[in-house]
Design a protein around this ligand. Structure first.
Ligand code: GLA
Ligand code: ZN
Length: 679
């Protein structure tokens, strides 16, 4: 449980009372009660209001609102408010301002704007966290700390440059080693003094002002990505440590953003007591795209329940087209988060602000200021359901037999790569393979290459271009013991410094895969090839379309399950399977069409006897959370129309309606069931 003080799914969200006159607060509290809101995240952006200068704090307003909230049953997800520095700080201490990718020193403005190596920021931010912890350590409202907000971005100032040199010294020990790792003899870039190293941006190694991935030296750019993620993590840790010193038992989190590229969330996760994240899918999103992100966030702490810290109750303001959530979608997507492991449903924001860029962003309380709105009604109904659900779903775990590898360092590396194809992108491929598993109803865990693989039957690692030290040996053990490992074209190409493997691709994975990849042909989107099956395999037979990148590979023990149908490499293996110990390792030497991926995933799961909880129905998502001998099956209808679902394998009590369910039943469009098996 996140905090036994609030033993239910947290329900509430970001609240900015300091943007409103005092009399509005009473009205807010009345409306929160009506909506069954029991948690408010505050004060997220109040640094300037809380601290008018270097020496004074102004906490009285916060005392008053926290008292008022808790008296009315609303707890605090207490933010440290350091995500936007005060204007006075920027003016008096310009080191807090960032230098951007183009080398421009910023002026005061916006938010998420502090240089992570600014001595001023590193002093005043943890001081603020400490002051808040000291003041509110015994406040009855406090249930969790929310450090800063959506950490991210990067800085290229002189303080960061100096810190980067220090980070390199610590990581590599000597300048010789750095030269070696970055292959600096290329273009005569040998460094003789640490001071010669400057941050990689458009003033130095980066080739394009528009595309931050175009670099002349992947080695330095990759290390700068690591360094920035670490630097920003250090800022989180400064605040986290200040809080823990005073309130060691209060959980601490910061809101993450799904597959947000700049921060290696796997490196961050051990330092958060609970993962929380902000989900803002556009209207046309596919349900598996959102499911994937929930699973990725759950995977950061190896399955521990997480918090949906922010979602909009209706619309965003920052997308190209800010559509309203259709009736029922708010409820459906909220339960989807819970179905994947969330124990909190929270919004940005509780009351719509009057000014600035978020005044058109959805909120539980609209500018009309009363409860007679569609959005308020939907929010209040959901609040009532969650209240009635009590602690029932809390702490439930998802048991997956299929794992997908996700690695931020690999993501950075593959997209810094110059060649072979501008279409070779990591995240879309992850979605392709995950989507196929989702549609067939197979639960998936996301794991980092350093995690234990032994509890899984199948491990899928699309586009594992960069192979972390020790990972290939782990895969060998996993396959030897009976596991199935699947990887795809352009995996096993470089080491952790983006140096090409020598002696034959796919380098460290060559042994387990039983192949040698000689060349890679990147083709334009209109040029397609064919995967021709050698013989039928489950549902797979005949031929399938493929494209983007084709590996010209030689089997070295592996069997060719399929071959290319066209071009000068027609007849060469397109898909291989290598029996290895008790298991098998697969290499897909191209980017196949969806049908092929679905067929292969289905075949592999069938081989391992992995079955979905319920027979798949199009657009219907089924997951299970298990806890203390109880199995809760979430059935979510992402279609606008009703569907018939056979519930025989999970028959029991439906928790939202209290009804007994068995056999085939009709689930309304966008409807949700949570069925306790045998309950
Ligand atoms: C992010 C931020 C919030 C708010 C929302 C708007 O998630 O954390 O402060 O700006 O976006 O969608
Ligand atoms: Zn900086």
């Amino acid at each position: 449980m996140i905090n036994p003080k609030l033993p239910k799914v947290f329900y509430g969200g970001d609240y900015n009372p300091d943007q409103w006159p005092r009399e509005i607060w009473d009205e807010d509290v009345r409306l929160f009660k009506l909506a069954n809101i029991d948690i408010a995240t505050l004060p997220v952006f109040s640094w300037a209001h809380l601290q008018p200068d270097e020496t004074r704090y102004n906490f009285e307003w916060l005392d008053e609102i926290l008292d008022l909230l808790v008296k009315n049953g609303v707890y605090a997800c207490m933010a440290t408010s350091t995500a936007a520095h005060p204007a006075w700080m920027a003016r008096r201490h310009p080191d807090v301002l960032r230098v951007d990718f183009h080398g421009r020193k910023h002026k005061y403005g916006q938010r998420h704007n502090s240089c992570p190596h600014s001595p001023t920021y590193r002093h005043y931010a943890p001081e603020m966290a400490k002051a808040l912890a000291t003041r509110y350590k015994d406040h009855p409202s406090l249930v969790i700390w929310h450090v800063s907000n959506e950490f991210g971005g990067a800085c290229y100032c002189e303080n960061c440059a100096a810190a980067f040199r220090g980070w390199l010294q610590k990581r590599y020990g000597s300048l010789e080693e750095v030269n070696e790792r970055w292959c600096t003899r290329f273009w005569g870039h040998t460094f003789y003094d640490w001071e010669e190293i400057v941050p990689p941006n458009t003033l130095s190694e980066h080739l394009s002002p528009y595309d931050q991935t175009r670099t002349a030296f992947q080695g330095i750019s990759l290390d700068y990505s690591r360094f920035m993620s670490d630097s920003i993590l250090e800022c989180y840790l400064l605040e986290r440590d200040a809080l823990k010193e005073i309130t060691p038992d209060v959980p601490v989190t910061t809101n993450l953003m799904g597959h947000f590229k700049p921060l290696d969330y796997f490196a961050w996760a051990p330092h958060l007591d609970v993962i929380s994240w902000d989900s803002y899918p556009p209207m046309q999103v596919k349900p598996w795209n959102v499911a994937l992100l929930h699973d990725l966030m759950r995977g950061l702490k190896e399955g521990q329940p997480f918090m949906l810290m922010e979602q909009t109750p209706s619309q965003q303001n920052w997308q190209a087209h800010n559509s309203l959530k259709r009736p029922g979608v708010l409820r459906l997507w909220s339960y989807q988060a819970m179905a994947h492991g969330s124990d909190a449903i929270m919004y940005f924001q509780l009351r719509r602000s009057q000014g600035a860029c978020e005044k058109w962003h959805g909120a539980v309380i609209s500018h009309a200021g009363h409860e007679n709105t569609r959005v308020f009604r939907e929010s209040a109904e959901l609040g009532k359901e969650l209240k009635e659900l009590g602690s029932d779903v809390l702490d439930g775990r998802i048991e997956a037999e299929v794992a997908m590898i996700f690695d931020w360092e690999n993501w950075w590396a593959v997209e810094y790569s110059s060649g072979p194809s501008q279409d070779l992108k990591y995240v879309p491929l992850i979605h392709e393979y995950y989507g196929a598993l989702w549609r067939a109803g197979f639960p998936v865990d996301f794991v980092h290459p350093s995690f234990d693989l032994s509890k899984y039957k199948i491990v899928i690692a699309p586009l594992l271009y960069l192979v972390q030290p020790g990972f290939a040996e782990k895969v060998e053990k996993f396959v030897q013991a009976g596991g199935t490992f699947v990887t795809t074209v352009y995996s096993g190409m470089v080491d952790e410094n983006d140096r090409a493997v020598l002696g034959g691709y796919p380098g460290p994975l060559r042994k387990v895969l039983g192949i040698w990849a000689e060349e890679f042909d990147a083709v334009p989107p209109e040029l397609k090839n064919e995967i021709v099956m050698a013989s039928a395999l489950g549902d797979l037979q005949g031929s399938y379309e493929c494209g983007m990148l084709h590996g010209l590979i030689h089997a070295e023990g592996a069997e060719a399950v399929a071959t290319f149908g066209k071009d000068f490499y027609a007849g060469m293996p397109a898909v291989t399977r290598n029996g290895f110990g008790k298991g098998a390792a697969w290499y897909i030497a191209t980017d196949p069409d969806t049908k092929f991926i679905e067929g292969l995933m289905g075949h592999l799961c069938a081989e391992h006897g992995i079955e979905p909880a319920l027979a798949p129905t199009e657009g219907v998502e089924v997951t299970q959370r298990k806890n203390a001998g109880r199995t809760l099956t979430f059935v979510l209808n992402h279609n606008a129309e009703p569907v018939q679902v056979d519930l025989t394998p999970v028959a029991g009590r439906e928790l939202l309606s209290g009804e007994q369910m068995s056999g085939t039943a009709e689930l309304p469009g966008r409807g949700v069931w949570i069925i306790e098996k045998g309950g």
